[in-house]
Design a protein around this ligand. Structure first.
Ligand code: NAP
Length: 214
């Protein structure tokens, strides 16, 4: 599949591009600055320009699937949270519907199901992620929502723990590399369509952990 990664220069995005290429996909790295093109190529991706606060839809040309792993980050204000994490993400869903890009994997966040949970400081971010997730889930797209807990830059282990919404459960922090592995595993498993999956560090092989069970 031609998989457009929105946020390709971010932590998960950088881990994801080479994994998609290794899995036989044609990754497209959507970035907002041409200075990032070479880094995308080095990771096996075709670079394209796209800004979630501006024009990005042309970067989805010919895509079969989209992975959203962009984010405004913790050092910006709530205005950026609204414009990027909420409205930017929603616009990508609409662009996929308009362009007939059916498959979509959203990197959301743990506890987006409970935006008012502690800590209080994260509530606006969780609201933004939840509203974007809801828009995706209510769309016609073949969607998988992944909700990882706190991310680390540790080495990938190929093993995680996953729980399916909306059950209780928690776990360890998770390397970005293992979230990237989970994206590739979801794209290979259509049973994950329609699922919202919480991801933690853990001991289960990624492909098994993301497989829905009764
Ligand atoms: N940090 C955590 O612990 C945590 C936990 C759960 C979920 N998440 C979610 O996981 C995802 C990936 O997180 P991460 O820490 O790997 O991301 P990250 O390193 O912060 O990267 C985010 C990427 O989004 C891009 N971006 C920001 N604004 C943009 C815009 N207007 N248009 C296009 N791209 C834009 C950035 O571009 P530049 O490179 O140009 O700045 C950056 O490459 C995010 O959705 C985040 O909300 C994070």
């Amino acid at each position: 599949m031609r998989v457009a990664v929105i946020g390709a220069n971010g932590g998960i995005g950088r881990e994801l591009l080479p994994r998609l290429a290794d899995a036989g996909h044609d990754p497209v790295g959507v970035v907002r600055d041409e200075s990032q093109f070479e880094a995308v190529r080095e990771r096996g991706g075709e670079p394209r320009l796209g800004d979630l606060k501006g024009e990005f839809a042309s970067a989805l040309e010919d895509a079969d699937a989209v992975v959203f792993t962009a984010g405004s980050g913790g050092d910006t204000g709530w205005d950026e949270t609204l414009l990027v994490d909420l409205w930017g993400a929603r616009r990508t869903v609409d662009a996929c519907v308009e362009r007939g890009v059916d498959r979509y994997v959203m990197i959301s966040a743990y506890q987006a199901s409970e935006p008012l949970a502690e800590p209080e400081a994260l509530r606006p971010y969780r609201v933004a992620k939840r509203c974007a997730d809801d828009h995706l889930e209510q769309s016609s797209l073949d969607a998988t929502v992944l909700r990882p807990t706190a991310l680390t830059d540790g080495e990938g282990t190929g093993r995680i723990s996953a729980t399916f919404e909306y059950r209780d459960g928690g776990g360890d922090d998770i390397p970005r590399a293992d979230v990237a592995e989970a994206v590739v595993a979801c794209l290979a498993n259509n049973e994950t369509i329609g699922e919202t999956i919480r991801l933690f560090g853990g001991d289960d092989p990624v492909e098994e952990a993301i497989r829905p069970h009764d």
